[in-house]
Design a protein around this ligand. Structure first.
Ligand SMILES: [Zn+2]
Length: 190
């Protein structure tokens, strides 16, 4: 199910974070949408505005955490809007861990954020990691949920934009069939 925050959609389109057209993805699949969330965080004022909007959907948060790399700046911005601490988790030998003397206290209410959620794999790893450390997971926030709302974390989950993604093998791509010019942006697509 799609759900779109109008202001967020306008900003993401203006900053070329979300683009529509005909794209060749790094996976080799073709899609009618492409997204580069780094282009949101390239712009501090818009990042601040959207992270602040997202932060209002949660309450009683003690700490914001994000998975590196996509969640680092976002966790900082959301935490600033809430006036709380922020940390990030990163992979070491393939396993999500807290380094840099980051830690959580027993019972701390943590909001986990990631810019784009697709399968939610990284977020789920951070949830497990912080629960093992005694934190209470208060919710998950994202700028874009591109699972079309299918992903579930077992805690309240809010995204500014929930969108369903279509992608096809080249030989089955309707845009190729219609002769729409193909772009290769060279990164992930929606
Ligand atoms: Zn195509």
């Amino acid at each position: 199910m799609e759900s779109i925050d109008k202001k967020a959609a306008d900003i993401l389109e203006r900053l070329k974070v979300l683009r529509t057209g005909h794209f060749s993805l790094t996976s080799g699949l073709h899609s009618d949408r492409y997204m580069q969330c780094a282009k949101l965080f390239e712009n501090p004022l818009e990042s601040e505005e959207l992270c602040s909007d997202l932060s209002k959907r949660f309450s009683d948060i003690d700490l914001v955490a994000g998975p590196a790399v996509g969640g680092i700046i976002m966790a900082y911005e959301v935490a600033r809007a809430l006036g709380v601490r922020n940390i990030f988790a990163e992979r070491e030998g393939g396993k999500m861990t807290l380094r840099r003397e980051f830690s959580v206290s027993q019972g701390e209410r943590v909001l986990i954020v990631e810019d784009v959620v697709t399968t939610g794999g990284s977020v789920k790893e951070v949830i497990d990691l912080l629960r093992e450390s005694g934190a209470e997971i208060a919710g998950v926030g994202a700028i874009v949920d591109r699972s079309g709302g299918r992903v579930s974390f077992g805690v309240p989950f809010h995204a500014l934009i929930t969108t369903d993604v279509s992608s096809w093998k080249e030989e089955e791509c309707p845009l190729c069939r219609d002769g729409v010019p193909l772009s290769k942006p060279g990164s992930r697509a929606v």
